[in-house]
Write a protein that binds this ligand. Sequence first.
Ligand code: AMP
Ligand code: MG
Length: 518
Amino acid sequence: MLRFTNIFTSKLPADPFNINIPRQVQSAAFSLVRPKGMTNPKLIIFSDEIAENLGLSKDFCETQHFVEIMSGNKLADGSNPYAMAYAGHQFGNWAGQLGDGRAINLGELSVKSGIQTLQLKGAGPTPYSRTADGLAVLRSSVREFLCSEAMFHLGVPTTRALSLALTGEEVLRDMLYNGNAQYEKGAVVCRVAPSFIRFGSFEFFAWRQDTENLKKLADFTMEHYFSHLDGHEQKYLKFFEEVATKTCEMIIHWQRVGFVHGVMNTDNMSIHGLTIDYGPYGWMDNYDPDWTPNTTDLPGKRYRFGNQPVIAQWNLLKLANALYPIILDENALKDIIENFQTTYKNGHLSMMMQKLGLKASQPTDEALISELSKTMKDTQSDMTIFFRLLSDINSKMTPVEAFGVISKSLYSDLNDEEPKIVWHRWFLKYLDRLKDETISNEERKIDMDKVNPKYVLRNYIAQIAIEAADKGDYGVTHELYQLLKNPYDEQPQYQHWFEKRPDWAIKKVGCSMLSCSS
Ligand code: AMP
Ligand code: MG
């Protein structure tokens, strides 16, 4: 059964106004708000693992009562829903107050894994909705549900999803922002994370020069989520350092699996180092560090794959500025931000070595890796398929044989000589390097297959699930949910999902390009 505690609302300052109209909120960490209520909610899928983590039985999750709670129609015991206040930098510019415009927290649960906050995304407007409707469409909700669960199983730190429900209502969206608004099915995802506190939560109070509440939020965060730092001489600084470390680890994982977040604004950065706010994200098909999946990001490609570490560091700088009034040690903050670069560089190198199946590093490894990146880009190699096939290569092969193993990962024309030439050149070096490895080819394959997933939620794959779901067929959504629970396993029955992006997906909206409209 669900029984909420109200840690956030009982310990932090509340917005004194209880009317649900868009406004600027002062001196408050949240506003109490009720979900608007949906006409005809229907459960599409729930995560059996998250249910179990939260102590909810399968039977309970299949009741109408459950879906009424997960669509905001009914309140569970102890629930006193609230929307969180935050601000942030969007696309490099200060954006002022943002806040949960379409997220409503039901409350916190105290479970074996610690505190877990349940949040409905798309359950109706809040004081932070500005001019928008507080709702979410089925397409983006399927993407959020499947991707957050898939990321967890890939070993990438992420918020989770408990449920995905249709609301029975329609939502008007201009998907391409070109004046062609259309009605789409509405949906609500229940997201789960220890907390949904963001970099922007701290920026909100710093911007208002409200140091008292800034400190309250920091103390709250530390008491409940960083209690091991309690009593530390410079606890706020330590807290910042841990956020930087966790953020760095998260980004290295993104680069490992080929995930591009698409909207790394400071309001979309979790202080737990979790991937949060699945919007116009994308997965690398043909490897290209300059690729961004977000149409809004096209002019500067700020959030392109290769720029994610730089942006993470930039966002940390903004968090450092926000925390400065309670840390007051500019040099120490600067050091942490500067260290990010080295930590990232080292972490990225050892991650890439693992992807290549190399153990003890050699001075030439960095060059081998950067030449690989260029070769993959130039020959349009599918990132997931390439790395997965790479573990089938053994040190006794010739470069021609090795190329034969990975050739089916290329989008470029196999009749062309150029891709063969550049790959032969790279394989000469790689095969030579493998000869220095002490472990057997079989052992190396086992290690490599643990870091190079076979299955990821490619954009075209999500699109197939969405188009079926839109017609009321949730079979693909369920199949992908099961498949992506074991992304590193061969799962021969799902081999059809281990395919390059088909041609129809190259230009299709939702596959090659996504908008923020969701
Ligand atoms: P995002 O870039 O999607 O994380 O959203 C940026 C801001 O816009 C956040 O404050 C969101 O809560 C808000 N927002 C996005 N979509 C909606 C919507 N449909 N209704 C209300 N607020 C929204
Ligand atoms: Mg957001």
